[in-house]
Each structure stands twice: as C-alpha cells, then as structure tokens.
Design a protein around this ligand. Structure first.
Ligand code: ADP
Ligand code: MG
Length: 633
C-alpha cells in the first residue's frame, strides 16, 4: 500500500523533529547557511506554542518561497555525496517540509535590494497563497503549535523548562562554533541570554558556563597527518560529575562521539578522581574523505575511517596541552624530551652510594634519582632502623619481601612526628658526619621553609609557592608507583598467614570477579566461601597499612560502582591509595635537605600540580601580585 504523502511527511518529520529544539536547530542552520550574522530566537511555552526566528541573512525571493516547504527541495546543493564536503549545514531539503507538515508555519523574507518581501503560510502541509510582506532584509519564520496534528508525538514533550533547556543547548552549540554571529534567546518575552557578535570564543564559554571555567581554560592545538585539533579543555579543578561540558565539533559541525569522549578521559587519567569529567570544547578538522557518509538524520554522529589516529591525535593534543600548561607558571614541567635523560641530568650532582632498588627509581638499572633523604624511609614504610645505625643495610635478595632503599640513618629521629628536627641553622652548620645527604647547605637549590609542619613556602624566580607537602609527595609517589606497575616491578609482600575479610556473598563475588586485576596490583585474594575472602599478599609499599586495610580501600572501588570498575579505574584508585598511605603527612617535620629533595622531585613529576585525587598540591603567589598587594606597584 502506498502511504499518502502527508503521512510520509509526518513519519519523516518524526525522525528529525523530536521536539522544539530540533526545529530551532534546523532553522538556525538555515539562517547560518543564509549568511546571517545576527539571529534572534523567541519562544513561548518552551517553543511548543511558538518558535520565532528572525535573521539578517540573504533572504528568499518570492517565487522560491514554496520550495522552502517542498520535500527534497534545497537551494544549497547539489551533490550530497559527502555532507562534510558541503559548505552549508543543510542540504537534504527536508527539514522545512517536515516542520511545515506538523505545525503552522509562516515564512516572511526579503532579499537585498528588493523593495518588497513576501510571505507564505503552511498549515500542516497546506500552502496558502503568497502575499507581499513589508519587513527588513532577511528571513523571519514563525512556527506555531508544534505537533498540533500529531498528538501522540506531542505527548512525549516534557515540561516547558526541559524543552527550553534543550533549545538553549542547541543555541549554545551553534554559538560556540560560529563566533562572529550575534545570537539572542528570549523565552515568554524575557531575555534568556544574548551573545554579542564580537564575543570571542572564550567570552562565549564564560557566558554559557561561567567566568571561572573560562578563565582557567587550557588551549589545545595540534596538527598531524592532515588533521588538526584545536580548542580548549578545562582545568582539572573545574571537573564535573558528568560529561555534559564536553563539546566536539567535526569540520565545524557539532557531533557526538563516544571515542572522542574516551580520548579526553584518558588524557586526564591521574588528574581526576574516578567518575569526574573535564570540560572540553574541541574542534577537529579532518579531510572530508576520511569520514564516512553520515546516515544519521540529525547528522550528529559520524564514522571515522581511521578512528584510531583520530583518537590518538585527540589524546596527544590534550596531554601535551596539560603538560605544557603553566598552572603554576614559575615551575616548568619538563617537556617531552626523554625522561631518563632529564632525570640523569637533574641528579648528576647527587650521585650517591645508596644501593638500588629504591621506590624512587624509574628503572633501577640505569636511573639514579636522588637518594631517599634520611628519615623518609620511616615515612614510606621502611622497617624502623635502630636509631643511630649508620651503615647501609644489605640489598634485599628475596624478591617477595620488599625492603625499600637502604637508608643510612642519622641522629634525626626516625619518628618524624614526635621529635623535632634540628633547626635549619644547626643542619646547615653542622651536618652529622654520616648524614645520608652530605650536601653543603649552599648547594641546596631551594629557598624554602616549612610552616606548621605541613606546608612549604618556596621562593621561585617569579614569586612564591605554598605547597601542601603531603599532596605533593603523594603525587610524586603515585607517578613512581604507576611506572613500577606498568613495568611489572611492583614489589609484593606475601603473608605467612592469609588475612581473612568477612563480606557478603555478593561482595565476595564482586571481589573474585576482579581477582586478576587485584593480583597485578600485588593483592592476592582467595575465596574461602561463605563470603570470606582471604588476602594473602599486598604491595610491599603499603607497610604502614595492614593488608586487610589496603584491601578494604580497593574494595570500596569495586563495590561502590554500579558496574564493575575497569582495570584502569581500579589501578588508579589503588595506586592513589598506596601513594597516600606512603607519602609524608601533614605534621611530619622536614629538614632543609628533605624539602630541597622534594622540590627536585617536583620538577620531575609529570603533573606536580595535582595530587592523585585531583586536589591542588600548590598555590602560587606571583611577585607581581605580592608587590601589588603591598602597594609597591
Ligand atoms: P536544506 O537546509 O537542507 O536546504 P531545509 O528544508 O532546511 O533544507 O530548507 C529548505 C530551503 O529553504 C533551503 O534550501 C533554503 O533555500 C530555504 N531557507 C530556509 N530557511 C531559510 C533562511 N532562514 N534564509 C534563507 N533561506 C532559507
Ligand atoms: Mg536546513
């Protein structure tokens, strides 16, 4: 049976026109295609009663008005082989025909240099005669009573404010990809927002998402293999609970793409807590023939021919931007030159007889990172040496028992938290003869003091940093542990007697599902049945905490997720927990050497600005700011 044409139109409309926002999107695209530089959108009742869009584009000549509503009629063109080759947003010639079929539409338009414009009404697909219209150049289209003749579809509409939200989102996407165009949105006669034509991209982000986010945006720009990625990503501190602030544009057109979202997430690995998402406004440009023709009616989804190089471009571009970004401009994060070289250079003058392995080594064979300063051994979980023991302890031979770098111990107390460290001047003038750090004070590269046994105040070339010692050390350890895990060099400590942990049957099952990932992290578990899990090993680094404690930390990640965590999530979480447990704490008094050492490591860290949980490790006060505050400038 052949369906009557008006039914076909209604069905087709359903594909594209779901709600007022879909109408607004199609109409805005037409205005932009017509070269409009100013577009005003007015809605009543979320757009359900009325959508009115007025643009200053090139307009439509009177004779062409009926074509606006003709199915498959388009003035744009011609060969729709690949929509991304086309310079216009529309080309199917279907949208206005669809809208005309399910609403009462009036189009009024006047082209440049013509004295008079014309008007055409279309009621549920029925065209009225063309009439003269006396308006200014451009096009004015009113869409009234959307879905008036398709009540079922109308039922699916949500509340006025939800529909307005969708419209606003549509306008936002276009306003971000069309800088230079003035947009104004009104709802029930009240201004929702106005985007001036001269508002920059950053201004637009500020307008839609707030000044704070806009201020801290990180610029992204990378080209490779004929593709480019530009735009901005958010500072990790501006993370969100969902990915709604991630916008992707492909060759100027807004798209949804899960793999791009994934690439963004990967780039922030270690900078954000699990379940948090950064803002991202990214414009990808690729040769048109590397994208597959889009079959999606709203054109929002695409298929890349070489999705993996797109993925890698996005990930590298963002990673590079994050690394380069001067969150704390005074201390440059090392650039992309090989890490081992940097480490060698940095530590050359620090050569120390301290034997390997150390948790601070990247690759124990070749790298000589600064030795572990005295008394950190305690902090990271080294068995407490007898006070005053001055000889290094033997290198561990049993690879199942991890003993961190043997650390010569000085008379400084092994329990940092209880005994005060010597004052800086004591340390400077009379270092104990067998200090781990026989470093003359003038060689210390950092001018810094510790306050409240928790924060370091450090002079930098451009000002002053206040560092959270725990957060910074935690970050440094996190990176070191991550390296060890990825190289399979994480030391494991096996327990003589496995420690039982009582769980519900359901919880125990969830744990056993993750048995392998846990094992890779040094946590071996066995199912004893009845909800009892036995923990038989844990990473040696975690000495401070009992294996059951470590296990319970990871358990949280396994159980609080509604779905099984990915291995990467589990790893990140556990590594962060390990780093947290092993790091120096607030309240640990540090010697000048230790501070200096921490500062050296800071420079080696990939991201010294955030702890593994995403909190900042340091605050910066520029010299300029200080001078300003004191009224010097
Ligand atoms: P498409 O955009 O795919 O060409 P549409 O159904 O969206 O198809 O629009 C049909 C035609 O109506 C367009 O090709 C264009 O010629 C005309 N048109 C619609 N809106 C406008 C506008 N605001 N300014 C100029 N021409 C318009
Ligand atoms: Mg169109």
């Amino acid at each position: 049976m052949q369906l009557p044409p008006d039914v076909v139109t209604k069905i087709a409309a359903g594909e594209v026109i779901e709600r007022p926002a879909s109408v607004v999107k199609e109409m805005l695209e037409n205005s932009l295609d017509a070269g409009a530089t100013s577009i005003e959108i007015e809605l009543e009742q979320g757009g359900i009663d009325l959508i009115r869009i007025v643009d200053n584009g090139h307009g439509i000549v009177a004779e062409d008005l009926p074509l606006v509503f003709a199915s498959h009629a388009t003035s744009k063109l011609k060969d729709a082989d690949d929509l991304f080759k086309i310079g216009t947003l529309g080309f199917r010639g279907e949208a206005m025909a669809s809208i005309g079929g399910i609403a009462q539409v009036t189009v009024q338009s006047r082209v440049k240099d013509q004295d008079e414009g014309a008007e055409l009404r279309c009621n549920g697909g029925e065209l009225a005669p063309i009439r003269p219209w006396n308006g200014s150049q451009g096009t004015r289209i009113e869409v009234k009573h959307l879905f008036y003749n398709t009540p079922v579809r109308k039922k699916f509409l949500k509340t006025m404010s939800t529909e307005l939200g969708h419209v606003s989102e549509t306008v936002t996407r276009l306003a971000l990809s069309y800088p230079g165009v003035h947009f104004l949105l009104k709802h029930n006669n009240r201004l929702v927002y106005e985007v001036p034509a001269n508002a920059t991209f950053k201004d637009r982000i500020a307008l839609f998402f707030g000044d704070e986010l806009a201020k801290r945006l990180i610029h992204v720009d990378l080209g490779r293999e004929g593709m480019t990625l530009t735009g901005s990503v958010g500072d990790p501190t501006d993370d969100k609970a969902n990915a709604k602030l991630q916008y992707f544009f492909l060759n100027g057109r807004y798209i949804r793409d899960r793999s791009l979202g994934h690439a963004v997430q990967e780039s922030y690995r270690g900078l954000l807590m699990t379940g948090r998402y950064p803002a991202a406004f990214l414009f990808l440009t690729v040769p048109p023939d590397t994208i597959d023709v889009n079959v999606h009616p709203t054109k929002a989804e695409v298929r890349f021919r070489d999705s993996s190089s797109v993925y890698h471009l996005v990930r590298s571009a963002i990673k590079q931007a994050l690394l380069k970004h001067d969150l704390v401009p005074q201390l440059q994060v090392p650039d992309a030159s090989p890490r081992s070289e940097q480490i060698q250079q940095t530590v050359a003058p620090w050569e120390n007889p301290s034997p390997q392995p150390s948790i601070f080594s990247e690759t124990p064979k070749t790298i000589t990172e600064p030795p572990l300063p005295v008394s950190w051994g305690e902090v990271i979980g080294k068995p407490t040496p007898t006070q005053g023991t001055l000889t290094p302890q033997p290198t561990p031979v049993n690879n199942t028992t991890y003993i961190p770098t043997p650390i010569p111990v000085t008379p400084i107390s092994p329990t940092l938290t209880q005994t005060p460290a010597p004052t800086p001047s004591q340390t400077a003038e009379a270092p104990p003869p067998n200090r781990a750090f026989p470093l003359p004070i003038e060689k210390l590269s950092t001018k810094a003091i510790q306050i409240h046994d928790s924060f370091l105040v450090v002079e930098t070339p451009e000002g002053m940093l206040v560092i959270d010692q725990h957060a910074l050390h935690e970050r440094i350890l996190f990176e070191q542990i991550r390296r060890r895990v990825s190289e399979g060099k994480l030391e494991v400590q096996r327990l003589l007697i496995p420690e039982p942990v009582e769980l519900s049957i359901h919880q125990a099952a969830a744990v056993m599902e993750n048995k392998e990932s846990l094992a890779e992290l040094g946590i071996e578990v066995e199912d004893f049945g009845g909800g009892t899990i036995a923990v038989s090993s844990c990473p040696a680094l975690m000495k401070r905490a009992s294996p059951a404690e470590v296990f319970k930390g990871v358990l949280d990640v396994i159980l609080t997720k509604d779905r099984t965590p990915t291995k990467a999530q589990l790893f990140d979480h556990l590594m962060a927990t390990m780093a947290c447990k092993a790091a120096i704490r607030a309240g640990d008094r540090l010697s000048l050497e230790e501070i200096d050492y921490l500062m050296q490591l800071r420079q080696l860290a990939e991201d010294s600005h955030h702890c593994p949980h995403g909190r900042p490790t340091s605050l910066m006060f520029s010299r300029k700011e200080l001078e300003k505050q004191f009224g010097r400038i």
